[in-house]
Design a protein around this ligand. Structure first.
Ligand SMILES: Nc1ncnc2c1ncn2[C@@H]1O[C@H](COP(=O)(O)OP(=O)(O)OP(=O)(O)O)[C@@H](O)[C@H]1O
Length: 244
């Protein structure tokens, strides 16, 4: 579904991505973890075409990404949703539908509107909604067109425990339906629940990429939080493993 090779990105003197290789297959969830500033959001934005890498290759469904068309097959939930404040969620959904061709939008997934009980909020200006409710709107938009790939940047941040559970159930349902999910999170228990594979990004380099259970085994730990902390504090990292 997604293949990233030798991806490099600098912002001025800062070398933010230093030759990143990653792969994500259909029906799998890959969690991108790493310290603040490691380059996770920059990597995600590169996949989405929102940041232009300096070198390297990103392939989506076998094709090198170029132009905008491929993004119609990707659902994105950004870390912080910036909405046109005077619009309502209903306006925003209608605009997104208008921007797409009719065939692609006929089969919409609005399950989360019901699960999150968002109906009463759909016609209020987005600026009047609470942070968590805006985050739920954000989630609805990401899943709306049944994308092949979901890119979720800290998706449960700001959600209450019940809503967070609803979103996690949705991610698992999409995985079961054969979709791929690339997510970032600093909550290791959440990654244990959701992810098949984990990629540890440190200072723009992938220091581990493999199955969550392989990382636990290699570290001798039972919890991912401990395993990642152990890797981060080690002088030398374990060699990268191919995802299964
Ligand atoms: N547009 C930009 N211009 C200059 N520097 C940037 C830009 N975007 C990101 N950076 C820098 O790139 C580095 C990586 O940032 P990025 O947001 O990708 O990290 P992250 O791993 O997502 O961090 P966090 O866990 O805190 O969200 C940081 O040092 C950041 O300051």
């Amino acid at each position: 579904m997604l293949r990233i090779q030798a991806l490099t990105k600098r912002f001025g003197d800062a070398h933010v991505l230093r030759g990143v290789d990653l792969a994500l297959d259909p029906g799998r969830v890959l969690a991108l973890v790493g310290p603040n500033g490691a380059g996770k959001t920059t990597l995600i934005k590169s996949v989405l075409g929102l940041t232009r890498p300096d070198a390297g290759e990103i392939r989506f469904r076998g094709e090198i990404v170029r132009g905008d068309a491929y993004r119609a097959r990707i659902g994105y939930m950004p870390q912080i949703a910036r909405f046109p404040e005077n619009l309502t969620a209903a306006d925003l959904m209608a605009m997104l539908v208008d921007l797409r061709d009719a065939a692609a939008t006929a089969d919409r997934d609005v399950e989360l509107v019901e699960r999150f009980a968002l109906e009463p909020h759909l016609r209020k200006p987005l600026r009047t909604l609470s942070g968590g409710t805006r985050q739920k709107v954000n989630a609805v938009l990401a899943f709306l067109f049944r994308p092949d790939l979901l890119v979720l940047d800290e998706p449960t941040a700001g959600l209450d425990p019940i809503s967070s559970g609803i979103l996690k159930d949705k991610v698992l349902a999409e995985r079961a339906a054969g979709r791929s999910v690339l997510l970032t999170s600093h909550i290791m228990s959440e990654i244990e629940e959701l992810a098949d594979d984990v990629a540890l990004l440190v200072d723009g380099r992938v220091e581990f990429h493999g199955r969550v259970d392989a990382l636990l085994r290699a570290s001798g730990q039972t919890r991912l939080e401990r395993a990642v902390a152990q890797l981060l504090s080690a002088q030398s990292f374990a060699p990268c493993e191919a995802a299964a």
